[in-house]
Design a protein around this ligand. Sequence first.
Ligand SMILES: [Zn+2]
Length: 122
Amino acid sequence: MLDVRKAVFFSRDSNVPIIGIVENMSGLVCPHCNAQIDVFKTGGGEKICGKLGVEFLGKIPLDPGITEKCDSGEAFVTAYPNSDATKVFNEIVKNVTCLSRHAKKSLIKLQSSESFFLGKCR
Ligand SMILES: [Zn+2]
């Protein structure tokens, strides 16, 4: 989380717009019984977004298929259209599209703003 905080402050200091934060490697769905396994802590992404006033875009679960398809140069979302990770990727795309539509001219302001834009598309 310290690295995320540093990246947000660095971007703000450099006037680089922050679209939002994605929590990566957020849990693993057991391939044997489909139980959710929290390999690392989860929920930190949402928590830090609230503290820093940055949009939370979604949390991508660990999925061996992502590595497999990245290595072979194929699109994970078309190879595994029904996976949890695909649902999350699609949700993140929807969130980024919403933000770019509503906050296009104010992304730099958005970083320090208390008001979040994602509610407008839901
Ligand atoms: Zn299991």
